[in-house]
Design a protein around this ligand. Structure first.
Ligand code: TYM
Length: 332
């Protein structure tokens, strides 16, 4: 059976981008067809300035939202990354496999590093080594497929390179995984700045739809989305990125392809209204289920505890094998 691993980092409130690019598929497809693990990858939230109390809140919220989105602990393994020490154990060996040059080439390192320096803050070493920890998340489980949005492609490519290099030098230890993306909405753009990804770590903005926004907030944000100076509704990411983004969101919500959907609309206003209603309907059950689950934190904690136990059992033999292959003496 195909082994799947994916995760979300609790750096901010989860967005429509997280849902359409990743979470929805985890719940609707992946957990039913595969042996799937999903993680709140909390260690990844420590690579930039963070507030411990907020991290705790967001980690629990991310787990609750994953359940609200439809992840079922009877079908998949849901856990918090820092509860399974194997990730960090393996990450160190992979740091001894990766090179400084290949990590400095990572787009997210360049972007976030430049942002920190521009704001007069120093750059944590973990921002550079972050993709190696992500590779460890994936490789520890013998993962075949990594369902992610478009922005994670480069990190999964690095993971593949590290797996191949490790296997060649130290003997076959890791499965070489591949990234999978949704057919549409693999990169949902910011509604106010369609040249940038809709990102939860960005400053709260009018261009980001959060999964826990209420219906009025969702409507307001979508009705105010930046469109383009043209009049015609066309699907063209280069010339009309704002409209193309709305068409992709609509397509992800109601089906059909964005090019055909473009032909249905004669004005931006009507398009926006339909997108707003489609997103409100899509998110309504998630928000309702979240409210129910949030009133029972004991249940969420229990799911996470059982998930971590299971994940540990799956990761440990492979990480032990990697330590042995590297030449480290086995523990007695
Ligand atoms: P993160 O937390 O930024 O995002 C979680 C998932 O949501 C997808 N995503 C989007 N998809 C479409 N449009 C968007 N605007 C958008 N924004 C986010 C992301 O591609 C991702 O699939 N490094 C990862 C977390 C991670 C991970 C892993 C993922 C750590 N270890 C191992 C897979 C496997 C991250 O920062 O995702």
């Amino acid at each position: 059976m195909t082994r799947i691993f994916s995760g979300i980092k609790p750096t901010g409130h989860a967005t429509l981008g997280n849902y359409l690019g990743a979470m929805r598929r985890w719940a609707e497809v992946d957990q039913h067809q595969s042996d799937a693990l999903f993680s709140v990858v909390d260690l990844h939230a420590l690579t930039v300035e963070h507030d411990p109390a907020r991290l705790r809140r967001l980690s629990r919220q991310a787990a609750t939202l994953m359940l609200a989105a439809g992840l079922d602990p009877a079908l998949c393994t849901l856990f918090v990354q820092s509860h399974v020490v194997e990730h960090v154990r393996l990450s160190y060996l992979l740091e001894c496999t990766a090179t400084d040059g290949e990590l400095r080439r990572m787009i997210q390192y360049k972007e976030k590093g430049a942002q920190a320096l521009a704001a007069g803050r120093s750059v944590r070493v973990s921002l550079l080594t972050y993709p190696v920890l992500m590779a460890a998340d994936i490789l520890a489980y013998g993962t075949d497929e990594v369902p992610v949005g478009d922005d994670q492609t480069q990190h999964v490519e690095l993971t593949r390179d590290l797996a191949v290099r490790f296997n060649q030098r130290y003997g076959h230890t890791f499965t070489v995984p591949k990234a999978t993306h949704p057919q549409v909405a693999a990169r949902v753009m910011d509604l106010q700045d369609p040249a940038s990804k809709m990102g939860k770590s960005h400053d709260a903005g009018a261009g980001i739809v959060y999964l826990l926004d209420d219906a009025d907030q969702v409507r307001k944000k979508i009705m105010r989305a930046v469109t383009d100076s043209g009049r015609e509704v066309e699907y063209d990411r280069e010339r009309s990125p704002g409209v193309a983004n709305l068409l992709e969101i609509l397509s992800a919500c109601v089906g059909g392809n964005p090019i055909d959907l473009a032909g249905v609309y004669e004005s931006y206003g009507v398009l926006k209204r339909d997108v707003a209603e489609a997103v409100v309907e899509l998110l309504r059950p998630v928000r309702e289920r979240h409210a129910e689950l949030a009133s029972d934190p004991g249940y969420v904690d229990q799911v996470l505890e059982e998930g971590a136990e299971r994940a540990r059992g799956m990761a440990r033999p492979r990480v032990d094998a990697a330590y042995a292959a590297f030449g480290l003496l086995p523990m007695g």
